[in-house]
Write a protein that binds this ligand. Structure first.
Ligand code: NAD
Ligand code: MG
Length: 400
């Protein structure tokens, strides 16, 4: 068996750690080419000692020195070269010596290395949905031009991918697909009275009922902006119109998403809520490998519920429909406004129930442009962050 070289961008995060666990079950298939972390040098040092990557990448030169100190004398220091900075992420993601790139950095910081991997024709496992939301056309064009393979790791999109027909090169309609339905757990506040959402704390918002994830995506799940970003992600990945994508609340997170066909058939993918399942699927596709996740027992689950989405409770979803329908840099503006809002909420500078209205205010304030170049996308991102920061300080933060 040919051993494939795996680069994990965002190795110390929730998806990164799960990816290493799956890879560790199959040492004959995967060796670790590069691991990256932002600031969690301690965890990266442990991972380096265990997996002996060729490269370890951190954000700052200071952290590179700290990592070098931690690895000194471990044996790993003879194998692992330590790099720092955003350019180094692009370098390891596009290196000739890597076959697979797991894009698991959170937020806009993952865009450039993900794009670099796509341009270099890699097999890209996409967890970093923000990259695709920001630059859907550019990323999909890069994949087509280089012959890269883009495999969705987000559980819903991985489920859709598994449920679509394998007829290459055809649009949804000519494949007999009528709709895509994304499931959403509804997050921790599905039944919380709306009047109580003002007092939600960051820890409460991050306590997801079914999944254990990083803090940013946990807050996104609580506001349902996560589902909004996933709607945009689905449109790009599957070449779907926003009207072809539905969202249904499914509190058990067992049915990960569904595809409906014109003949009335509906195909879905089911499994325990464990990210190792879509990660293993994307790593080995089109083969199947063990993921380490427990097998699903429907008898044990008992009942599966499905509810209509309440747009009044979750206005963030409507903002995402607006952004994808507007097009251009509007999804990048939505994403940047959301990243600022989540950070402000986590820092106790914005109330939880104000997040969607704040994002709407930013969308109204920043005019969208065509998103035909990376610099147009990055400048929309920067302009939005500036505007959002101004609006946030003008509002007096939490009092709003
Ligand atoms: P996390 O916060 O647990 O990990 C994020 C990783 O990115 C860490 O390794 C961190 O060091 C790195 N990072 C953060 N900021 C960075 C920066 N500025 N520069 C370089 N590296 C940086 O996040 P997560 O939950 O693992 O999510 C990662 C991505 O996967 C997100 O885009 C998220 O939406 C997506 N995703 C996550 C899950 C999940 O179950 N956790 C499910 C679906 C999709
Ligand atoms: Mg998801």
């Amino acid at each position: 068996m040919v051993q494939l070289a795996l680069t994990i961008l965002g190795a110390t995060g929730s998806i990164g750690c799960n990816t290493l666990e799956v890879a560790a079950l199959h040492p004959q298939r995967y060796r670790i080419h590069a691991l990256s972390a932002h600031r969690n040098v301690e965890k990266l040092a442990q991972q380096c000692k265990r997996f002996l990557p060729r490269y370890a990448v951190v954000s700052s030169p200071e952290d590179a020195l700290r990592l070098a100190g931690m690895l000194k004398g471990s044996g790993c220091d003879r194998v692992t070269q330590i790099l720092s900075g955003a350019q180094s992420l692009c370098h390891v993601a596009s290196s000739e010596d890597t076959d697979i790139v797991m894009a698991a950095i959170v937020g806009a910081a993952g865009l450039e290395p993900t794009l670099a991997a796509a341009q270099a024709g890699k097999r890209v496992l996409l967890a970093n949905k923000e990259a695709l939301v920001m630059s859907g056309a550019l990323l999909m064009d890069a994949v087509r031009a280089s012959g890269a393979q883009l495999l969705p790791v987000d559980s819903e999109h991985n489920a859709v991918f598994q449920s679509l027909p394998r007829i290459a090169g055809q649009g949804l309609a000519s494949s007999g697909v009528s709709r895509i339905t994304l499931t959403a757990s509804g997050g921790p506040f599905l039944h919380r009275p709306l009047s109580e959402l003002a007092d939600v704390t960051p820890d409460e918002a991050c306590r997801h009922p079914n999944w254990s994830m990083g803090r940013k995506i946990s807050v996104d799940s609580a506001t349902m902006m996560n589902k909004g970003l996933e709607l945009i992600e689905a449109c790009w990945l599957f070449d779907a119109q926003p009207e072809q994508v539905d969202i249904v609340i499914h509190p058990e997170s067992i049915v990960h998403s569904l595809v409906s066909y014109v003949d009335g058939s509906v195909i879905a993918q089911l499994g325990c809520p464990d990210m190792r399942v879509p990660i293993a699927h994307a790593l080995a596709y089109p083969e199947r490998i063990a993921s380490g996740a427990p097998q699903l027992s429907l008898a044990q689950v008992g009942a599966l519920r499905f509810l209509a989405l309440d747009m009044e409770r979750f206005p963030a979803v409507a903002l995402a429909y607006r952004a994808i329908k507007t097009g251009g840099t509007c999804p990048a503006i939505l994403n940047a406004a959301n990243e600022v809002a989540v950070e402000a909420f986590l820092g106790a500078r914005l109330r939880f129930d104000r997040i969607p209205a704040f994002i709407e205010q930013v969308l109204d304030a920043v005019p969208p442009q065509p998103a035909t170049t990376l610099s147009a996308v990055l400048s929309a991102d920067a302009q939005t962050r500036e505007m959002a920061a101004r609006l946030l300080s003008g509002q007096g933060g939490k009092a709003q």
